[in-house]
Design a protein around this ligand. Structure first.
Ligand SMILES: *[C@@H]1O[C@H](CO)[C@@H](O)[C@H](O)[C@H]1NC(C)=O
Ligand SMILES: *[C@@H]1O[C@H](CO)[C@@H](O)[C@H](O)[C@H]1NC(C)=O
Ligand SMILES: *[C@@H]1O[C@H](CO)[C@@H](O)[C@H](O)[C@H]1NC(C)=O
Ligand SMILES: *[C@@H]1O[C@H](CO)[C@@H](O)[C@H](O)[C@H]1NC(C)=O
Ligand SMILES: *[C@@H]1O[C@H](CO)[C@@H](O)[C@H](O)[C@H]1NC(C)=O
Ligand SMILES: *[C@@H]1O[C@H](CO)[C@@H](O)[C@H](O)[C@H]1NC(C)=O
Ligand SMILES: *[C@@H]1O[C@H](CO)[C@@H](O)[C@H](O)[C@H]1NC(C)=O
Length: 477
């Protein structure tokens, strides 16, 4: 019954991508999977499953209440079990943690909360031994005010005056724009430290109009002067120069890949912009310049319990189970797994973790706590950052008892990795099976999923390029 609903969702969603010449479903023969996944070092990213880890909440190895790199290393076996191709870590760089690590005071060092550069080297080595790639966040838009460059710039140290665009509050100024010089940071990680890729944070905001022109009012109802949405950001977002910088980075990364003869170094951009702008991050329309290997598509973010399959999400504001309802966890994981291209899984989605319980007083998300907690509930990202639920021991197995940086969700007794691994049928088992199935598919442009026979509820059939693959879910449902 449950799967019936889920498959229907999938079918509706995917038929939208099917062209007019719908492939005839052939009679089912065996449970044979046909096709292959790009696993070669040039194309690995085209069909990769990327597992996003929030390091602060993943595994606390030294019992100080904060997750760390050693914790991730400890859990690499688990990550291998999932069958994902790469892990992407939210920021682990040195930071005063005013903005949850997005305020970086040294782009080339690890914050002591998470460990050391040596720990990072070990993580890369151990992950690569398991053929798991590692991708980090890269935050080019801004630095912490404690960064050496900022301190030197504010104190007008020779050569650093123009590292930032300084302006008097209300005066417009000439200020010839100096391109950011973060290429050495990219080289540091992707070349020297053998990193496989970077996810570029907040890319649309990189360049601002040189004249610091006031932006027009958006006139969107419900917003006041303190809200970002109050203005129409035509002078500070998606500026033409931003795209040129992204194209330069691609050249730089491709050069590292080619000169080092290594697997393709990739980057993915985070741009909550209109689809027209997001497309530009991939490159120029004539293909003469390439940009990001892929860009996150937030177009599908408007999901809720009434959403249909059309509204697929890659969501950073809530665990997907909380957003769409627990009964759709497997359906969404299936849907995302079967779409062509890259799959991103936020840690916890594979076991159907739901939002934790955090009060504003316990909260850590600075931008949500401000304004006397009046917007905490609607804007906090703490709910989906509660510690990862490993088992039903103290603190969900996240650590061995020290007070955790955010409270452990009470839901860990019912929802945890150990329990779902032990069961024959669970969200986790389905996720793992899906990854095995996905490993046998290619990035193709025609896809049909349906049950081959009316009464065969647990059988899934996928057609791509006239090739029929069938999969038997009876053993996990
Ligand atoms: C980008 O940097 C500017 C300063 O240059 C800052 O005002 C803005 O808040 C940053 N945007 C994001 C999304 O971090
Ligand atoms: C801005 O001023 C600098 C020197 O302060 C000058 O070199 C540059 O040409 C000026 N740019 C514009 C657009 O006026
Ligand atoms: C900035 O202002 C100058 C002088 O008003 C103008 O010539 C120039 O086009 C403006 N630049 C942009 C990017 O708006
Ligand atoms: C490509 O990388 C090599 C080795 O790091 C470097 O010497 C060369 O200058 C780079 N070329 C470009 C065009 O950046
Ligand atoms: C927060 O609450 C305090 C005490 O009730 C009040 O004085 C202050 O103005 C409030 N601040 C904001 C930003 O609402
Ligand atoms: C729960 O997990 C933690 C580490 O993740 C481990 O130390 C602990 O022994 C586990 N508890 C049980 C009962 O397995
Ligand atoms: C699917 O698997 C179940 C359980 O292993 C088995 O009973 C069933 O016959 C299989 N269906 C097909 C069509 O192979």
């Amino acid at each position: 019954m449950l799967l019936g609903t889920l498959i229907t969702i999938i079918t509706i969603g995917l038929f939208l991508t099917v062209k007019s010449d719908i492939v005839k479903i052939k009679e089912l023969n065996n449970n044979i999977l046909i096709g292959k996944k790009f696993s070669d070092e040039d194309n690995w990213w085209k069909t990769a499953t990327v597992y996003q880890i929030y390091p602060r909440s993943f595994k606390d190895s030294n019992n100080d209440g904060i997750g760390d790199l050693a914790g991730i290393i400890e859990k690499l076996d688990y990550i291998e079990t999932l069958g994902v191709d790469a892990i992407w870590l939210s920021p682990i760089f040195k930071s005063p943690q005013v903005d949850q690590g997005y305020d970086i005071s040294d782009f080339r060092d690890i914050d002591p909360d998470y460990g050391t550069l040596d720990d990072f080297t070990t993580l890369i080595e151990e992950a690569h031994k398991k053929s798991i790639k590692v991708v980090l966040d890269f935050v080019p838009n801004h630095t912490s005010d404690q960064h050496e460059w900022f301190q030197k710039s504010v104190n007008l140290v020779d050569g650093y005056e123009d590292y930032y665009i300084w302006a008097d509050g209300t005066m417009s100024q000439n200020g010839t724009r100096i391109p950011p010089n973060n290429w050495d940071v990219l080289t540091f990680w992707l070349d020297t430290h053998d990193l496989d890729g970077a996810r570029i944070d907040a890319i649309p905001h990189l360049v601002e109009d040189v004249n610091l022109t006031d932006e027009p009012l958006s006139n969107d109802p419900g917003y006041t002067e303190i809200d970002y949405e109050y203005l129409d950001h035509i002078y500070t977002k998606d500026q033409p120069e931003t795209f040129e910088i992204v194209y330069d980075w691609r050249t730089h990364l491709d050069n590292i890949t080619n000169t080092k003869q290594v697997s393709t170094r990739i980057f993915m951009t985070e741009a909550a912009s209109s689809i027209e702008e997001v497309i530009k991050y991939y490159g120029t329309p004539d293909g003469s310049k390439l940009g990001a290997h892929f860009s996150f598509n937030f177009y599908f973010l408007g999901l809720d319990e009434s959403s249909t399959a059309v509204d697929i999400a890659n969501d950073i504001n809530e665990w997907i189970a909380s957003k769409v309802g627990k009964e759709k966890i497997d359906g969404l994981n299936m849907l995302v797994a079967f779409l062509p291209g890259v799959q991103i899984t936020y840690n916890g989605e594979e076991i159907g973790m739901e939002n934790g319980e955090v009060t504003c007083e316990q909260g850590q998300d600075g931008s949500a706590i401000k304004d006397n907690c009046t917007h905490y509930e609607s804007s906090s990202r703490d709910y989906e950052r509660t510690p990862f639920q490993w088992n039903d021991s103290e603190n969900a197995g996240f650590n061995s008892g020290h007070k955790t940086w955010l409270p452990v969700s009470s839901k860990y007794k019912e929802c945890n990795v150990a329990d779902q691994l032990a069961k024959d049928k669970s969200h986790l088992k389905i996720y793992i099976e899906l990854q095995k199935l996905r490993a046998n598919l290619v990035d193709q442009d025609q896809l049909i999923i349906r049950y081959p026979r009316e009464n065969d509820k647990y059988l899934l059939q996928i057609t791509r390029f006239n090739i029929v693959s069938s999969y038997n879910f009876s053993n996990v449902y």
